[in-house]
Design a protein. Sequence first.
Lengths: 483, 245
Amino acid sequence: MNVEHFSSFDFAASGLDPGLFFDTAASRLAAGGRALAYFALPEDGAHRLVLAAGFDRSGRVEVYSTLVGGPFRSLTSSFPQLHLFEREIFETAGLKPEGHPWLKPVRFNTPGAVPGAAAHFTVHGSQVHEVAVGPVHAGVIEPGHFRFQCHGEKVFHLEMMLGYQHRGAEKRFIGGPDARSIHYAETLAGDTTIGHAWAYCGAVEALGGVNVPKRAQTLRGIMLELERLANHTGDLGALSGDAAYLPAASFCGRLRGDFLNMTALVCGSRFGRNMLKPGGVNFDLDAALAGDLKRLLGAAYRDVENAVALLFGTSSVRDRFEGTGLLSKEAAEGLGIVGPAARASGVGIDTRRNYPYGPYENFTLGVSGSGDVYSRAYVRWLEIQKSAELISGWLDSLPPGPVEADCGPLKPSGAAVSLIEGWRGQICHFALTGPDGKLRACKVVDPSFHNWQALAMALRGGAVSDFPLCNKSFNLSYCGHDL
Amino acid sequence: MIKALTARLRQGFRTLDFPAAGLELPPRGLGLPRLRSAGLEKAAAACPYGAVAAGPDPGLDLGRCVFCGACARAAPEAVEFTRDYRLCASARDALVVTDKDHGRAGTLGADLRKLFGRSFRLRQVSAGGCAGCEADCNVLQTIGWDIGRFGVQFAASPRHADGLLVTGPVTRNMELALRKTYAALPSPKVVIACGACAISGGPYAGHGECPGIPADIAVDLYIPGCPPHPLTILDGLLRLLGRLD
């Protein structure tokens, strides 16, 4: 069934017979569909499987669902992009995808599960060894457990065990919206506060039938691009640090903070907390503040330009970045990965272009094709330029009018798909209401959910010492995956 | 090389002077709240985390507060957030702001101060949460903040650390790792709970998935905020070490 993203639709109309559902899913994915979300929803003592597929070229979203009571047909062997979705369905609903190649736990959140303790892919041989890292890492970063299957320095495969950050956030949307819902959305991934809050608000607004004022949408755009600027700049600094080039690392580290401080000038929080609410935004800009932001943005951007020129102009950095952590376009498409990592492998997908929303019109995206660390770094620089240009233009011509509209009660038994291009890639919130107009579920798919496996693929054939660099070049979220 | 030097000159000296007179949170930032008991019931009703108590013992618990400002919007006459970033306390109950005052973090005992006052290494454990606190701990290591100038550093191994800085609501899946890290720290050791999650569960308060810092691990410093501003973290750490008056 065709649906419009950011518009509510009648969920019951998406229902199909199980046989037809799996045939349709397979044929739609074969026709170029990409799974935006695939999950199980409790219904009448059984479960309803829901698939949202996006067609990037035409910007179309289709939703199909079916009621299943037990094991169901796995599609992972034909469509690897579903591997984690099916594992998640198995873990949360207990429904077995028959034929799935490996049903490893995703979040270790079932009774009796011990985090990190599960059979994993191993390599055997007399000189093969395994390097285990985490969940507590050397740096100030989130927890995850990694196992490198190595022969000497060469990595055959990287196994990842996540779930340490699982705090039960997603299921607390059920029965909402309430006073805490927006905080859950803001903290699904703290570095993507605006992205997730916007996706959540977009879904709720669609169900509430609200038209968000233009000014509010533009302000959201400014905040989302500031978030992207801060994170991309920080990532370039971190990549520089991992190539042992400290000047650009320290400049970018400071500049990331400058962008966070600009965010704080607008809403008081460096991470954009409290900025969004269903219906609009909590804070407006007057001419003076818009002028200040424009000046600060100009100054910070010029310094980033200087630091990045130094970074890419340094041959030792280029030598370290080029050819490291290759992810082919085929692998990127097969795994359905999103965001800068996809664009760095030549996959032209950006929600701002393919599924335009809010203030984004005629968006042109940056693609850089070779799929190595260099490409993933360079795409970030292209996006930094674009974000600065967008913010600057919006600050010059903020549409007049109110910054919020009333968000009334949600449409009962409805559903809405909301897609936002966060700085890591496409964020999907799929919200459904029950007959009482309360949220029956809000399925969250963070871009990291699609992309973690790509990191493992990129590391194959590389060296253990490439891991920090590869990892930073993807910079995926643990909390966004673990929820 | 010349390019690196000219870039260095261009980027300039960027380290924040700290402590310095007049430092405060940005104009729209939410810092230390000021309380008046009139109308506090409305503020209490607006708080989704039960951080505001009205009645005979009025108070706002900074440990539970996620600084969303809902209370101040509902009852501006009762709660007003100032731009004061100095929020840390060394005892859990001292995090409660009353209509009278708020106790700031104290220093370590004389013995520990002698040991750690000039060189303090922290092992950070991220135990759930949204990674916001981690981001603002990391930022302290950048040239903008340069926490190293105060003798404070984050250590890669718990064996090399004097203190444990915990962020996140301590999920079930991180409980064991946190315990093991704590056990691996040589004694005497200091424990710091950074952010609303580590103190009270924060946005995840009440979740069965998040049991929190085990009761047998005593906390020496509480850093409120969701996430705390780097100024708040720095202030708390330096107060703990007796480096601020």
